[in-house]
Design a protein around this ligand. Sequence first.
Ligand SMILES: Nc1ncnc2c1ncn2[C@@H]1O[C@H](COP(=O)(O)OP(=O)(O)OP(=O)(O)O)[C@@H](O)[C@H]1O
Ligand SMILES: [Mg+2]
Length: 112
Amino acid sequence: MKKIEAIIRPEKLDDVKETLNDHGIVGMTVTQVMGCGRQKGRKEVYRGVELNINLLPKVKIEIAVNDTDLDKVIDVISKTARTGQIGDGKIFVYNIEDVIRIRTGDTGENAI
Ligand SMILES: Nc1ncnc2c1ncn2[C@@H]1O[C@H](COP(=O)(O)OP(=O)(O)OP(=O)(O)O)[C@@H](O)[C@H]1O
Ligand SMILES: [Mg+2]
């Protein structure tokens, strides 16, 4: 099992969420975050406005998936969130030790 943590542009969230849903991925955690990449201190356009600050608003999507779904989810997020401009975001992948569904006690892949 893997945890995918994707940092994307806020305006791409609806698109990414819908496309993931279309591919059968429904469980996720979404957080509004601030971040910067390698253009620290350089200008980036956000909602048509040029910002010259280090930390820009981004959205973090966390998704736990079975290994078989990993490539699909990375593909969907990459294609849907890409504009080709700097600041499109990044995807981090982690190993998951275990998952427990609190209501039923299901564990591992059954709990995802
Ligand atoms: N090394 C990192 N560690 C943690 N978070 C990061 C890292 N790089 C990027 N992020 C997060 O991803 C967001 C988007 O990063 P961004 O797309 O600007 O990366 P980049 O490496 O600068 O690529 P690009 O050149 O396409 O802009 C950042 O605002 C930050 O929240
Ligand atoms: Mg950047």
